[in-house]
Write a protein that binds this ligand. Sequence first.
Ligand code: FA5
Length: 345
Amino acid sequence: MSLQNFLNSLDELVSEARATLGSVETNDALEALRVKFVGAKNGALKSVQKLLGAVEVPDKPAAGKRFNEVRDAIQSLLDDATARIGGGAVVKSESLPDATLPGLRPRLGQLHPITQTIEHLKEIMGRLGFTATEGPEIEDTWHNFVALNIPEDHPARDPLDNFYLATAKAANSSPQDRDAMLLRSQTSTVQIRVMESQPLPLRIISLGRVYRPDAPDATHFPMFHQMEGLWVDRNVTMAQLKSVLRLFATSYLGGDVNVRFRPSFFPFTEPSVEVDYWWNGQWIEFGGAGMVDPNVFQHLNIDSEKWSGFAFGLGVERLCMRRYGITDIRDLYRSDVRFLRQFAQ
Ligand code: FA5
């Protein structure tokens, strides 16, 4: 087909569209014209487009350009006619919802239950005089182990029990080196950072993520949160530690909570205890605690004759689970909106 013949077909089409769409008066007639000109199957534009294939190759660019212009022109004629008649046809073709239906309620976001729990714990501990502070999630072995009196050969430093990082700094170092880096395995690191940088006395909590290569099950997850607490002053005692933890537990879990302290061992506290609550017919451990070990004070040049302190580290997920009756920690991290929506504030 010659270029001229093709252009003539386009001109005829656009003239006809101008004439008919310029005077159309009803939505039904407009709809019929829409089908006639731009209908997906047998519309006039479609038919002319098919002729494009028969145009000589060197003429194709000019033919294609003109075709696009005519297509746009017909579309604006249709839009003008639609606007003039009152939009009925547009409503139909763009399938807007019925404007008389009630509106859709926008779905509001909300804080994750663990974030809500963290805020709640901060508020309770704030009332007990503890100030919230933060520490980094990527730590060196000095803060995660050495200063906490965890010796080189201690199993807690095993590469299989920690997420050591392949940083440039650590490239030539082993997990035993002071500057090997890891994702912190406990928030007790913040005890050290705070005692390094703040004057005594101090009473702080720190809430944040910790990481351990634990196999996930109903009460374990490889990433979880801890609330660390530290109170250093003159004459801080184990009796105060137990009172604070009991007050905290009754405030967060309710007056009927049954808490027990079990003798235990942590390298950075002496004596040490593990703290459990009773739930669903069994004791669940929710934290460790004890009196700050004099060796820790010594690492930080704090006179343990003058100062004493207690520290605790509690599992935030386990507290949240007990409060809300969640029986599987993994539910908190499945990102299932149906589960999370139950915690709308
Ligand atoms: C510690 O991490 C000590 N730093 C706690 C501490 C702080 C003791 C200060 C003394 C003084 P432990 O490894 O037991 O201790 O962990 C504390 C709590 O974290 C546990 O009781 C449990 O509630 C929670 N926890 C431990 N591992 C996991 C896990 N994989 N998933 C969820 N929660 C966990």
